[in-house]
Unconditional design. Structure first.
Length: 405
């Protein structure tokens, strides 16, 4: 006997086939046991199976639970003042060089008490969950020393504890340099700390599932990132990269050489980088919220990614300075209207491809037997509405591990 049977629904399995990119399965039913999907089939075929609970879905569309594969959700304070500075004409680089940007959030995060930090972050997590997110990646990066980075990773785990959500913690120690360590021996000492102390400590404690870095002319050089990646791989952690956001540092190709799970942002990606990503299966994570907030004009080369066969994911990039976004449906719409993704690509970008970007495609991101029963039920006439409405409030029903949440 199954634990639950969802009936009278249409399913976007996200298992693509020729002519059916979303794997649409109309007039379907879904069997669930022990928090996992045991069968997806025609409603008439599954009608004879017994279940402890039968849930009529009223013709709703069912998708996998949404996966937000790039966030900086745990932080203290806001950077609303920088929003005003940008409106007055200041650039991202100018704000950062003046002591704003990431450095200001580092200060606010360090000043926040443990309870305050968790409470602020949990409110943001709840907003994403209301939008249908069942898996959320959370990066550190606002600590900039070993103890502070570990504090953030522990906070990321803590806010998800006892919540119906999957937290995927990422070490982003190579996010920015401490104010007094931007050049010379102090800079080298900080990189050495990441490589020889932070990454091994985090790996031993099992606090992160991957290591990320910010490769940019205002952040870490490709050579510094390679040292970080070498340490990550030596300590058994896969890598990801903030790449080609403000300039072309050839970070995407370098990340692909380390078999990175993803390269994120990519506004300045070139054909060499796209081909390298395609060759290793590195996912392109596009972040339209940051593009919008920074009023950028150079868009990521979506057609280049398509032509190269690079999987495209999208994410909120929720952070206090450059993407204060808490609505995944808004990101779907932005991906379509700002970057030119199709609605189908946007849905895949927050389900199956986002799962790939986290190395979790074996467990989430599609609706098929054996996967986690993380689902969203949408009371829409057609699924393309998910990329059409500007800031849809979220699904009619959110299911995590087989239970309504």
């Amino acid at each position: 006997m199954w634990d639950r049977l969802l009936t009278d629904c249409h399913v976007a399995t996200m298992v693509a086939s020729p002519g059916n990119p979303l794997g649409l399965f109309p007039n379907a039913a879904i069997g669930i046991s022990d928090g996992r999907i045991v069968r997806v089939g025609k409603r008439t075929e599954l009608a004879g199976f017994r279940a402890k609970e039968v849930t009529p879905c009223g013709g709703a569309w069912v998708t996998p639970g949404l996966v937000d594969c790039h966030t900086h959700l745990v932080f203290g304070g806001t950077r609303a003042n920088e929003h005003a500075m940008r409106r007055a004409g200041a650039t991202y680089e100018e704000i950062a060089r003046a002591g704003g940007g990431i450095a200001s959030t580092v200060r606010a995060t360090r000043e926040a008490g443990a309870d305050e930090l968790r409470d602020q972050s949990r409110r943001r997590l709840h907003a994403l969950m209301r939008g249908g997110v069942t898996t959320v990646e959370i990066k550190s990066g606002y600590g900039l020393d070993t103890a502070a980075e570990i504090r953030l990773l522990n906070a990321a785990k803590a806010i998800g504890r006892d919540e119906p959500v999957r937290i995927v913690p990422t070490l982003l120690a190579a996010h920015a340099f401490p104010p007094k360590a931007k050049e010379g021996p102090a800079r080298e000492a900080y990189v050495k700390m990441i490589v020889e102390e932070m990454i091994p400590s985090v790996a031993r404690a099992g606090l992160a599932t991957s290591v990320d870095a910010f490769c940019e002319n205002i952040a870490f050089t490709p050579a510094e990132v390679e040292r970080v990646f070498t340490s990550a791989r030596a300590n058994g952690l896969p890598v990801r990269l903030h790449a080609e956001q403000l300039s072309n540092q050839h970070g995407a190709a370098m990340a692909a050489s380390y078999k990175a799970l993803s390269a994120d942002h990519l506004e300045h990606l070139d054909p060499l980088g796209a081909r390298a990503m395609a060759a290793t299966g590195t996912v392109a994570v596009l972040l339209p919220g940051a593009f919008y907030a920074l009023q950028e004009t150079k868009k990521p080369p979506v057609q280049l990614l398509r032509d190269a066969g690079v999987p495209i994911a999208i994410a909120t990039d929720c952070n206090p300075g450059t993407s204060p976004v808490l609505n995944p449906q808004l990101i779907m719409n932005m991906a379509c209207t700002l970057f030119g993704l199709t609605p189908e690509e946007a849905i895949a970008g927050m389900t199956v491809n986002a799962a790939r970007a986290l190395g979790l495609a074996h467990d989430i991101g599609t609706v098929e037997a054996g996967k986690a029963a993380d689902l969203c039920l949408w009371g829409v006439g057609e699924l393309t509405e998910l990329g059409y409405w500007i800031g849809l409030p979220g699904p009619d029903r959110r299911i995590f591990a087989g239970l309504d949440s």
